[in-house]
Design a protein around this ligand. Structure first.
Ligand code: AR6
Length: 164
């Protein structure tokens, strides 16, 4: 079951929320900044202890003050026009996050629209990859939330789901 929601991902009561991080795991703006603010400073310490995450991969930390049980930090590709392997890397973010959540026995997971903010990935293209990736894991999870920050993004996800 894929649920499209318009929400601040930091408020969700779910096993895992996914963060759109950077390779240095240093925190930043966008959803990353919101997650770090809501989780508290212990999250930065946990990220610093891990140190690095390559683009397309994912790492897991505790969620500290967040209602979620854990945070998966994945690093989306920076959009540079589409011919630098961005689509493969974005799909890899979703797959790596699902696999990590599954390896830890989590049954519910929420994703923001990875790479579509500061990293500039065109939202419609990213929505297609997100929904296709999520559909591969519907049998393995009780709940998958596509957490959008705007009605326009939610519309893209809903449209893609209807096409499937
Ligand atoms: N809840 C859900 N979605 C959100 C929230 C929120 N609280 N805040 C923003 N979004 P972005 P990226 C949406 O820029 O493009 C950071 O500095 C936002 O509207 O957060 O992967 C990192 O450290 C957009 O749809 O992530 C990296 O350096 C989506 O989340 C870099 O930005 C992703 O936008 C990563 O850039």
């Amino acid at each position: 079951m894929i649920e499209v929601r318009i929400a601040d991902i930091t408020t969700l009561e779910i096993d895992v929320i996914v963060n759109a991080a950077n390779e240095g795991l240093l925190g930043g703006g966008g959803v990353d900044g919101a997650i770090h603010r809501a989780a508290g400073p212990a999250l930065s310490d946990a990220c610093r202890a891990i140190g690095h995450c390559p683009t397309g991969s994912a790492v897991l930390t505790e969620a500290f003050r967040l209602p979620a049980k854990a945070v998966i930090h994945t690093v989306g590709p920076i959009w540079t026009g589409g011919s630098a392997g961005e689509a493969v890397l974005l799909a890899s973010c979703y797959r790596a996050s699902f696999e990590l959540a599954r390896a830890h026995g989590f049954g519910s997971i929420a994703f923001p629209a990875i790479s579509t903010g500061i990293y500039g990935y065109p939202p419609a293209l990213a929505a297609g990859i997100a929904i296709d990736s999520m559909q591969r894991y519907t049998a393995a999870f009780d709940r998958i939330v596509a957490c959008c920050f705007s009605a326009a993004d939610a519309e893209l996800y809903e449209r893609r789901l209807e096409e499937c």
